[in-house]
Design a protein around this ligand. Structure first.
Ligand code: AMP
Length: 215
């Protein structure tokens, strides 16, 4: 199954994508995770992407298309892949369509996880992530230890730079300007679009996602 997860930052795509990938037994590709790892490792990709990411702006489409192509052609994606935050502009949607056509694979669903702006700002401003395993937490303070079982070295919770209020405001504006039109692009191209309310408990949202996908 190839599923594109769309939706504003902080709607829960990452968390739900992780659970969905686990349940379907397929990997999740999150370009944000790939780029953050590149920044941490100080690779040329990371150095090129860091400033745009810190501001909450998008990195160039050709960079994303390169990551997307490589991931889809990999044997680990043979059974499918959950694409989390990967398609964020119309050129990226066109690029993904071309890659899937070349690979002879269908796009099974475009799942839009929705949440109101106020809820997003509240969620992101109280989010911390482990600096080692990158797992997100809500309502836990920077400096606390990560509670995820036994990874070494033990992690410390930090605030993502792009979760600072100014960057969050910019990310929401970028979403409206550059990513929301992707939904219309998929609609006019007859893609299997599904809309899911991202508010509620993790289980409630996952339940809605499963119903909307018929799984
Ligand atoms: P995320 O973890 O999905 O919130 O992504 C964090 C940041 O990585 C975004 O604010 C962008 O700067 C960059 N990024 C991730 N995915 C993309 C994409 N598909 N297109 C452009 N920039 C992206």
């Amino acid at each position: 199954m190839i599923i594109v997860l769309l939706g504003p930052p902080g709607a829960g795509k990452g968390t739900q994508g992780e659970r969905l990938a686990e349940q379907l037994g397929i990997p999740k590709l999150a370009t944000g995770d790939v780029l953050r790892a590149a920044v941490r490792e100080g690779t040329p990709l990371g150095l090129a992407a860091k400033a745009a990411m810190d501001r909450g702006d998008l990195v160039p489409d050709d960079v994303i298309l390169g990551i997307m192509k490589e991931a889809l052609a990999s044997p680990t994606a043979a059974k499918g892949v959950i694409l989390d935050g990967v398609v964020r502009t119309t050129p990226q949607a066109e690029g993904l369509a071309r890659v899937l056509e070349e690979l002879g694979r269908p796009l099974d669903a475009v799942l839009v996880v929705e949440a109101p702006d106020e809820a997003i700002v509240a969620r992101l401003s109280s989010r911390t992530v482990c600096d080692v395993c990158q797992r997100p937490f809500t309502g836990r303070e920077p400096g606390e230890r990560c509670s995820i079982d036994g990874h070494q070295p033990e992690g410390t919770l930090v605030r993502r730079k792009d979760d600072e209020p100014e960057a969050v405001r910019n990310r929401l504006a970028v979403y409206q300007r550059q990513t929301a039109p992707v939904i219309d692009w998929y609609r006019t191209h007859g893609a299997p679009l599904r809309f899911v309310d991202g508010m509620g408990t993790l289980d409630e949202v996952l339940g809605r996602i499963r119903v909307s996908l018929g799984i």
